[in-house]
Design a protein. Structure first.
Length: 577
């Protein structure tokens, strides 16, 4: 149910190792979480906590489904309609009171609360003869084979009739009875010995399983102790106003904030210790995440349910109100949790990753931006304000109708120096028409791609950064196009391949585009694409550039090269040998 991606290492622009990241996916909940930390033990702890959180959430969902099924089967349909209406009203009320929900909560981090203090447990195994404790999966005992009942002596030594004694057969009968009894006892003892051997082997298996379980328990507690120690270290660093620790702390605060399940809870943070400003890029819910069901009625004559929704205008207004409240709530939570007075001001950028109805493409747009000082904000009585009016009075920026998803320029933007970016060097000036791109050194190849695409985007003031290279000759790069209409974040992947690029690589690019919140993806290769790849990119914000397209792009910017697949295969084969 929970899928854990490959561990990725992160590096600064100078090549310094800066931490780790991993992607978790819960198939049942259809949720994706990207976790990162500078320390592997902290990341392990985050992974453990996220998995536990999902397990609880999944269990609640299953329980809700069971209860719903029972209710639907046992309650009259008119009562079902009333209950559904009540539930719909509650969902609408949650959105209307997003801000009020947090005001009675102490948002400061409880360090002991986030530590892992749970006992070790695992799912009980299913075994033929070993019994496990239900609560923690610990092997407890074996299912022993019982001994057969001992032969009853009296059943062998029956009384001898008098007439047989008189004719001299008594001794013969006694001897026969004794022999039968002895054989029965011997067979019984033999079976007992066999059973003892089986039970002994089962006990040996039990001890082996128990020892293995205890080993896993010990490793779990070692990991738990390490994680808890890291939490203490993070607490100390936070108290010392370490910038990285302050970012981690604020991340904990925002991750602890409870929102409706449909809302994304994703954001980027950046703390400036000199200005004491926290910059937040916050992913807002789409309008589709805002409920609109209002009333459910049961029509007895038709034996059917009908649903009535709030008007489109009311739905848009509810979305706007939710966005303003999320912004104010985020400011409140960070300022209230700032117990060491490290955050003097906050710049909040509210970003929506939604499909543009005009183009059908996913677009990442900043629709609100606000920058506030701590002290004036804390003086506001948030339980009595109108969120929109409050936002405007604090000189927040946003269109008059947020549901239109009109993009605004952020007051302050996150530093685009992604920790994954690498230093670059020039390659294009050193190539000519004798250079075979398909056999090129992969590191030179990745920097050539960056260089050419940087020239392509330079006309609009864009920039391209190389992020990482992979062993298959692939390279990831990120382009930033500042054009307010067609620009944004663009994922570029290049494959130095000598074979046709499969559709799986195109699917991977699309997944990366969605995960990065990018507006577009470009996949360029030294080879070609198959028909499945071209069919897949239809109606998606993806562009495929074959080897011929790459050569044309080079020529466009004054460089010549060649792509000889046959020669490249021979060269690469020789290099492997």
């Amino acid at each position: 149910m929970i899928q854990e991606g490959d561990l990725q290492e992160r590096y600064t622009s100078t090549g310094k190792h800066s931490g780790y990241e991993v992607e978790l996916i819960h198939r049942g909940l259809n949720e994706v979480k990207h976790l990162s930390a500078r320390d592997m033990d902290i990341l392990d702890g985050k992974i453990h906590n996220q998995k536990n959180s999902w397990k609880k959430k999944w269990a609640l969902q299953i329980e809700r489904q069971k209860k719903e099924k029972i209710k639907l089967e046992g309650i009259e349909k008119s009562e079902q309609a009333e209950k559904k209406t009540e539930a719909a009203k509650q969902e609408l009320s949650k959105i209307e009171n997003i801000l009020l929900h947090t005001l009675d909560i102490d948002d400061a981090v409880d360090w002991d609360e986030i530590k892992n203090t749970s006992a070790y447990s695992e799912a009980p195994d299913s075994h033929e003869f070993i019994e496990y404790k239900v609560e923690n999966g610990r092997p407890e005992k074996i299912k022993s084979i019982s001994f057969p009942k001992e032969p009853d002596k009296s059943s062998f030594f029956k009384s001898i009739p008098l007439f047989k004694t008189l004719i001299g057969q008594k001794q013969k009968i006694l001897s026969s009875q004794n022999k039968s009894y002895t054989l029965a006892i011997d067979a019984w003892n033999k079976e007992k010995n066999s059973i003892n051997k089986v039970n002994d082997k089962r006990n040996e298996k039990l001890q082996f399983e128990l020892k293995s379980w205890k080993t896993r328990e010990e490793k779990y507690f070692e990991k738990q102790n390490t994680f808890n120690r890291k939490i203490d270290e993070l607490k100390d660093k936070y108290s010392d106003k370490n910038a990285e620790a302050i970012e981690e702390y604020c991340e904990i605060v925002l991750n602890s904030s409870e929102y409706p399940e449909e809302f994304p809870k994703d954001f980027d943070l950046q703390y400036n210790s000199e200005s004491r400003m926290l910059l937040i890029d916050y992913i807002l819910p789409n309008i589709d995440n805002i409920p609109n069901l209002n009333i459910v009625k049961y029509i007895k004559t038709k034996d059917e349910f009908t649903e009535k929704y709030i008007s489109q205008a009311a739905h848009s207004k509810l979305f706007d109100a939710a966005v303003y409240q999320i912004a104010l709530r985020t400011l409140h939570e960070i300022f209230e949790a700032d117990v060491i007075d490290a955050v003097e001001s906050i710049n909040f950028n509210g970003i929506v990753n939604a499909v543009n109805p005009a183009t059908g493409h996913l677009e990442l747009n900043c629709i609100i931006s606000i920058q506030v000082q701590k002290q004036p904000f804390l003086e506001i009585n948030l339980d009595s304000i109108d969120p929109k009016q409050c936002f405007k009075s604090l000189k927040g920026v946003g269109s008059t109708k947020l549901s239109s998803l009109v993009s605004v320029r952020p007051i302050l933007e996150l530093d685009k120096s992604d920790k994954r970016f690498k230093d670059h060097y020039e390659v294009a000036s050193g190539i000519d028409d004798s250079c075979n791109l398909a056999a090129m050194d992969w590191e030179d190849f990745e920097h050539l791609i960056r260089e050419i695409f940087e020239k392509e985007f330079a006309a609009n003031g864009g920039e391209v950064k190389v992020t990482q290279a992979s062993s298959d000759g692939g390279v990831d790069a990120i382009a930033f196009d500042p054009d307010p209409i067609r620009g944004g974040k663009i994922v570029i992947q290049a494959k130095r391949y000598t074979n046709t690029v499969g559709v799986s690589a195109v699917r991977d690019l699309y997944g990366t585009v969605l995960n990065e919140g990018a507006t577009k993806g470009i996949l360029v290769t030294t080879a070609d694409f198959g028909p499945d790849s071209y069919n897949f990119v239809k109606d998606k914000p993806l562009t495929l550039l074959s080897g011929g397209n790459l050569l044309h792009l080079l020529e466009k910017h004054g460089h010549k090269a060649k792509i000889d697949i046959k020669e490249a295969k021979k060269i690469l084969k020789e290099q492997m040998n």
